[in-house]
Write a protein that binds this ligand. Structure first.
Ligand SMILES: Nc1ncnc2c1ncn2[C@@H]1O[C@H](COP(=O)(O)OP(=O)(O)OP(=O)(O)O)[C@@H](O)[C@H]1O
Ligand SMILES: [Mg+2]
Length: 379
């Protein structure tokens, strides 16, 4: 699935933007600081995920003095058919989602058509922050990979919430049992799906990591959230008193983690910041590969400020690897487009289109099948 055109109205400083994108290659978004490059990526991200990566206050995304923002996009789906999707959000909070000329009921419908991954300066949160980030990483992939995933995940979250209410109210074990059975039913399937996903994904990450970083011996281990090698049912059965005391469910897939380590040491303790960023890129690209292989979908990569702290050789390897991804579409920001073109070398392996952003207005450059900018002048 790739974006062929994009129409953005009143999003951040982007008053009115209409673009025809390069749907099978690299879109370089160039412009000075504060021109609106990240806002453009943020708008695409919002279109696919129904939220921003910079703020949880959606009202801040509406252009000052406006009372709503909207984004519409024409996509080519995997069967080469055109399909349109759109989002509109008013200052009152009312949100309208549109997929293929019809109202959509949930963001999941948009996400299904627009698989998006963001690489930016915050990406290393995957290692530095808590397990929730790593669960989200896995669940993102499973959403596209497994038809059963979304149903089981939603059911598990519903039961978990209800069970926690009972535990907070110090219910009896008998009252809890029915909910424990339900939790088990969905939790065990969720656990199995995540395990299978990690098994498929890990060899791909290792392969790509070799190319980007050459770090051997990284281990990817999925921890279930109730202790390895122990039966989930007996853990829940034995923990009633402990759970009532704490007032919430202590064990299950909501406590799971993806442990990434070398010789038993978590990566955040021995990889440098730059190395961590490259590893994240490898992990995201591996998900893109699997998506194309299993779900026959192309990934849309949003790369903001080609992660700082990467040296020239690492930047070159990263850009070259991204541009070789099958069915992928890439949107990448840079102060000057020349910087990205030089990293790609001559001739570039992918079609490129350059856009120049100035005070929230976007000018389209030409599309080049294999293009290398030789001047530093704007587009
Ligand atoms: N709701 C809003 N309404 C109008 N303008 C806004 C709004 N929110 C942010 N801005 C402005 O939008 C401009 C563009 O911000 P953005 O982060 O997209 O710039 P950028 O091109 O990515 O800059 P940099 O190169 O520094 O990362 C900023 O000047 C910011 O103050
Ligand atoms: Mg920016």
């Amino acid at each position: 699935m790739t974006i062929t055109s994009l129409h953005i109205t009143n999003f951040r400083n982007l008053a009115e933007v209409a673009l025809v994108t390069c749907h099978n290659g690299l879109n370089i978004i160039s412009g000075n600081n504060g021109s609106g490059k990240t806002s453009l990526l943020e708008a695409i991200y919002y279109l696919g995920l129904g939220r921003s990566f910079r703020t949880s206050a959606a009202s801040r995304l509406i252009r000052q003095t406006a009372d709503k923002f909207s984004m519409f996009s024409q996509l080519i789906n995997d069967a080469q058919r055109d399909i349109s999707i759109g989002v509109e959000r008013e200052i009152t909070g009312t949100t309208k989602l549109r997929v293929a000329e019809k109202d959509a009921s949930s963001v999941a419908e948009l996400a299904y058509y627009l698989p998006i991954r963001l690489i930016n300066s915050q990406s290393h949160n995957l290692f530095e922050s808590g397990p929730a980030f790593r669960r989200k990483y896995l669940d993102w992939g499973l959403f596209y990979q497994s038809e059963a995933f979304l149903f089981h995940w939603r059911q598990y979250e519903r039961v978990l919430k209800q069970r926690n209410v009972l535990l907070r109210n110090r219910c009896s074990k008998r009252e809890l049992d029915a909910w424990t059975d339900e939790l088990l039913k969905y939790g065990v399937t969720l656990d199995m799906l995540r395990r299978e996903y990690v098994e498929e994904l890990a060899p791909l990450i290792i392969e790509i990591t070799q190319e980007l970083l050459a770090i051997p011996h990284l281990k990817y281990h999925y921890q279930s959230g109730w202790g390895d090698g122990i039966d989930y049912a007996s853990v829940l059965a034995d923990s009633y008193h402990e759970e009532v005391r704490s007032g919430h469910t202590l064990f299950g897939p909501h406590r799971a983690d993806l442990e990434i380590s070398m010789d038993g040491i978590p990566v955040k303790h021995f990889l440098s910041r730059g190395q961590q960023k490259l590893l994240i890129c490898a992990m995201i690209t591996a998900q893109g590969n699997l998506l194309t292989r299993q779900a026959k979908k192309g990934l849309i990569y949003l790369v903001d400020d080609l992660p700082a702290e990467l040296d020239l050789a690492s930047r070159q390897k990263l850009i070259s690897m991204l541009s070789r991804q099958q069915q992928a579409q890439i949107f990448i920001t840079a102060i000057e487009s020349k910087m990205i073109c030089e990293l790609l070398g001559e001739p570039a392996e992918v079609p490129i289109k350059v856009f120049h952003v100035e005070h929230g207005r976007v000018a389209e450059g030409k599309e080049f099948p294999c293009f290398l900018a030789k001047t530093s002048s704007g587009i």
